[in-house]
Design a protein around this ligand. Sequence first.
Ligand code: AMP
Length: 181
Amino acid sequence: MDSSLLKTLQESIRDIPDYPKPGIMFRDITTLLGNARAFRRSVDELVHPYSGTGIKKVVGIEARGFILGGAMAHQLSCGFVPIRKKGKLPHDTVKIAYSLEYGVDEMELHRDAVHKGEPVLLVDDLIATGGTAEAAVKLLQQLGANVVAACFVIDLPDLGGRKKIEDLGVPVRTLIEYSGH
Ligand code: AMP
């Protein structure tokens, strides 16, 4: 990645200390999304290795993954599929429980949203512990999709999420790293 993109990312991502609780540095991408140049360049960079490779769907994780994923799908001329918190999708779903910092939650995917062997890209704004993305990959693999890569704008490498996803056989692509939580 060229250094001007890194600078654009650094300047457009807002840091909010102690949100949502003390000790967490929240990496706020709403400022990136609101900046035309930063939004376009991030989406271009995320999809760059995959254009012309036959990706059929971009799968976004609720909620910030929807915004990035919709733009990525448009760019790749492919479909978009949402993975949502439980109870939000109206048709027949597959579900998986995943751990949050306190307790567990469930996410769902429409059973007919992806097909066996279909090449898909997964996207979210940020990978921390990797628990959220790991659950999403497992749902997609359960339906037989070929998860070509998992893409994130931000990696928090100290939390080890990348390895969890790579251990499922899925390469991880991220644009910028921040140390700490
Ligand atoms: P994890 O499951 O631990 O990888 O957490 C990833 C999810 O939590 C993503 O959907 C992120 O949007 C959100 N998240 C976790 N940590 C942060 C952080 N420091 N700043 C912003 N979002 C975060």
